[in-house]
Design a protein around this ligand. Structure first.
Ligand SMILES: [Zn+2]
Ligand SMILES: [Zn+2]
Length: 364
């Protein structure tokens, strides 16, 4: 917006210069008059109006955001208030059965929950990939013609490595998380946190994951670490959901598990909040690797593009990619045009087909 405004200002200055050249043929006083007129007439109001418009945009965005946030949290809080007792009662019942040893929750609980979430939802995606049905889903493929159907031998290799990472590698890390949380201190096990506090913590978890994942991932793309560690994850240039945790054990620890745990440690989260966050993070990474850009799902285009091109889109949210300029190539592609949550049933490849390159140029 700012850029277009500058452009129009330059145009105006250009016009004023032209007027000035023509006025050279006229008397000096007329030139002087014209010059002062063009300066005060064109530049001052445009500067003022640009300041006003910037102020207007910022203030209305802030007001809009505050109103939206208040409305949203008010509704959610109402929902939570009504169901909060229900969740607390459920939690109490669980604790009555399991006992209240934090070790059970942080180590066994976390492992069982994360493995279950990963394979229940990853399993659904895998059934679609293996059977190649329902046919309508082919239209939502990010890279059509890939894994249709998926190669069974490759899939079994993935399942084996992922289970290894989740159990053999994951359980000692879960134990480490228990030790760290015991040292750090976390809220009483029996008392669930308030809804607003869960939201605050989630924001921190998401931010910390972005930082932890982006930088560890970029380091993994350095020559030696890529060759010896990260290459395994990149064997899939067109990923499927369950390849999300298909990687070298060291990558699993430093790039997958620790960035997700970082915010939990910093905030000293309740184990229930941590479980909610781990589940969301798993669902998010399964979607990012799924190879399907489904309606009403977050767009998987950026990470899919990373698997296709290797040196673009290292982050989860894309904020750090923008700051570090590691998405410049991506932003010049059709995939970037499709990188939105689809709010209709039209497949992204049909809504934004490859052929219409004109509009792609226009965008950039
Ligand atoms: Zn990946
Ligand atoms: Zn990578």
């Amino acid at each position: 917006m700012k850029r277009s405004h500058n452009r129009s200002r330059n145009k105006k200055t250009g016009k004023a210069d032209k007027n000035l050249d023509m006025a050279d043929f006229q008397s000096a006083t007329t030139v002087h008059d014209k010059k002062t007129h063009s300066t005060s007439g064109a530049q001052q109001p445009s500067l003022l109006s640009s300041l006003w418009s910037v102020l207007f945009v910022i203030s209305s965005a802030l007001i809009g955001f505050a109103a939206f946030r208040n409305t949203l949290t008010w509704h959610l809080q109402r929902f939570w208030g009504a169901s909060g007792d229900f969740w607390q009662a459920l939690w109490d019942r669980l604790l009555d059965v399991t006992g209240e040893d934090p070790f059970t929750f942080w180590v066994y609980g976390t492992t069982v929950l994360t493995v279950a979430v990963y394979w229940i939802f990853g399993g659904i995606y895998t059934i679609l990939d293996v059977t190649n049905k329902p046919a309508v889903l082919r239209r939502y493929k990010v890279q059509p013609g890939t894994n249709e159907p998926v190669d069974t031998k490759r899939l079994l290799q993935v399942i084996g490595w992922v289970l290894f990472n989740q159990i053999v590698v994951g359980m000692p890390i879960a134990y480490l998380s228990y030790v760290l949380m015991k040292w750090r201190g976390s809220p009483p096990l029996r008392e669930l946190p308030t809804f607003h506090w869960v939201l605050v913590e989630m924001a921190v978890h998401i931010l910390m994951e972005e930082i932890g994942f982006y930088y560890s991932h970029r380091v993994l793309h350095s020559r030696y670490l890529y060759r010896f560690i990260h290459k395994r994850h990149h064997e899939w240039t067109a990923p499927i959901a369950v390849t999300a945790m298909y990687c070298h054990p060291l990558e699993s620890i430093f790039s997958n598990l620790l960035p997700i745990f970082l915010g939990v440690f910093i905030m000293g989260s309740h184990v229930a909040t941590a479980w909610l966050w781990f589940s969301l993070a798993i669902l998010s990474t399964l979607n990012a690797h799924s190879g399907y850009h489904l309606p009403f799902f977050p767009s998987p285009e950026a990470h899919d593009f990373h698997h296709l091109k290797f040196n673009q889109c290292f982050g989860v949210l894309g904020v750090l990619d923008r700051i570090h300029g590691t998405d410049t190539l991506f932003r010049n592609t059709r995939a970037y045009t499709r990188h939105v949550m689809m709010l209709s049933l039209i497949p992204p490849r049909e809504a934004f087909p490859d052929e219409s390159k004109c509009s792609s140029k226009q965008r950039n």
